[in-house]
Design a protein around this ligand. Structure first.
Ligand code: SF4
Ligand code: SF4
Length: 402
């Protein structure tokens, strides 16, 4: 039944991601960053994966291409797309690129950056969790998130350790991420310490540009879309962390780092897991990036939702058919990933992370084909009124025929 997704009512569930996707007799363990595809592929290449990616991007530009199969009229035209990508990546880079491997670095600091000293670590007495929940959600929206939800923090989603050389080959440089009874987060030579009192994640959704994500399966323009998403996430979530600290609480902005974003987003009621291994949201389908800020602020957690994604994915297969490197499974859900880059124990469709990343590298661009092809994303293209999202004002980029 691969076809249009028909919107269904959102059903609230009482379970967390661990109960929904956990399998009987199997344990989900904390995942170490050193097993991420970025690290594993860099090890196999013997050089940073991004170096090879960039080399391919540059050779395509000289041949007037902005992806393996996307031609433009001239090298100047191709260079203009690269220029847009460099611009789009600026705030992603300045707020610690993507976040993984960059915990507690620069703007992703776990301690206050610019909070007036009288407010640091001194919340108002008798906090009202309901009022604080409403306020933190409002602040997240004002600061740039399209959607926000609160998850009760499941420590299983926190990485077992960070990997400081995540994009490079060589022996992993790791630091354990641990929980301990502390007043404030701390980093030592060997550990990143999260205070025990940090019990919630404020999970933020940033939607991707609907025009750019559909230009080629992988093109510089799809990379522009993802980088704008990460740049907006960096600006929004770092600002949200500062706002939470000004209310007197601890805040740990993460981007992709610190822990697994998708199960936290599921716990926060923001979507379900798709066959393509991505979070499928009711409003934006799979075309999103997910941020999170961990905090000890007393909050009311949201509940996971069910709007029919799992049942639809059973027969849809559109993402699996779209993927040029067969990184997405056509088979049944399983608890055992095909590679160590997946975290075993959850009953789901695992994606072959290495095949996916190698396709990005070969294309000299990141791929969004499985997001764009998903009927839940497509229904968004068809149903949202033009004024509903900012990016509808953006016309097709220079040199591309619509
Ligand atoms: S799994 Fe990777 S390579 Fe395949 S469609 Fe999705 S992003 Fe592209
Ligand atoms: S994730 Fe894949 S299988 Fe599921 S609805 Fe989207 S395209 Fe279809």
């Amino acid at each position: 039944m691969a076809g249009r997704h028909v919107a269904r009512p959102v059903v609230k569930l009482g379970l967390g991601a661990e109960e929904i996707y956990g399998a009987k007799g199997r344990e989900i363990k904390r995942f170490p960053e050193k097993k991420m595809a970025f690290k594993k592929v860099s090890e196999e290449l013997g050089r940073p994966w991004f170096e090879v990616w960039s080399r391919n991007m540059l050779s395509q530009y000289r041949e007037s291409r902005i992806g393996k199969d996307v031609s433009v009229s001239s090298p100047l035209e191709a260079r203009s797309h690269i220029a847009l990508w460099v611009g789009a990546a600026t705030w992603n880079r300045l707020t610690q690129p993507y976040g993984e491997g960059h915990e507690n670095m620069g703007f992703l600091s776990w301690t206050p950056l610019n909070v007036p000293p009288p407010f640091r670590g001194s919340p108002e007495p008798d906090p009202d969790p309901e009022a604080l929940t409403q306020k933190v959600k409002q602040m997240a929206r004002f600061l740039g998130a399209n959607r926000v939800g609160i998850a009760k923090l499941n420590r299983k989603w926190i990485f077992e350790e960070t990997c400081r050389n995540i994009y490079s080959p060589g022996e992993p440089k790791t630091k354990k991420i641990v929980f301990r009874e502390m007043d404030a987060p701390e980093e030592t030579e060997t550990e990143l310490v999260i205070p025990d009192k940090v019990r919630f994640a404020v999970v933020t959704i940033f939607d991707l540009n609907r025009v750019l994500t559909r230009i080629g399966s992988a093109s510089i323009d799809t990379s522009v879309a993802t980088n704008i998403g990460y740049s907006r996430m960096g600006l929004g979530d770092v600002a949200l962390a500062e706002a939470i600290r000004t209310l007197g609480y601890t805040a740990i902005p993460c981007k992709n780092g610190v822990g697994l974003s998708i199960p936290m987003a599921i716990d926060a009621g923001l979507g379900q897991l798709g066959r393509n291994g991505l979070l499928i949201t009711p409003d934006f389908g799979a075309s999103v990036r997910i941020g999170k800020v961990l905090t000890d602020m007393p909050l009311i957690p949201d509940k996971p939702i069910d709007f029919g994604v799992t049942e639809f994915c059973e027969s849809c297969m559109r993402c699996a058919k779209t993927c040029e490197v067969e990184a997405i499974s056509f088979g049944e859900k399983t608890c055992d990933p095909p590679l160590e880059t997946g975290n075993p124990g959850a009953l789901k469709w695992y994606v072959n992370g290495k095949a996916c990343l190698n396709y990005w590298i070969e294309s000299g661009a990141s791929c969004t084909a499985c997001q764009a092809a998903c009927p839940f994303t497509q229904s968004r293209y068809e149903t949202l009124p033009p004024s509903a999202v900012w990016e509808t004002e953006v016309s097709l980029p220079f040199g591309i025929e619509g």
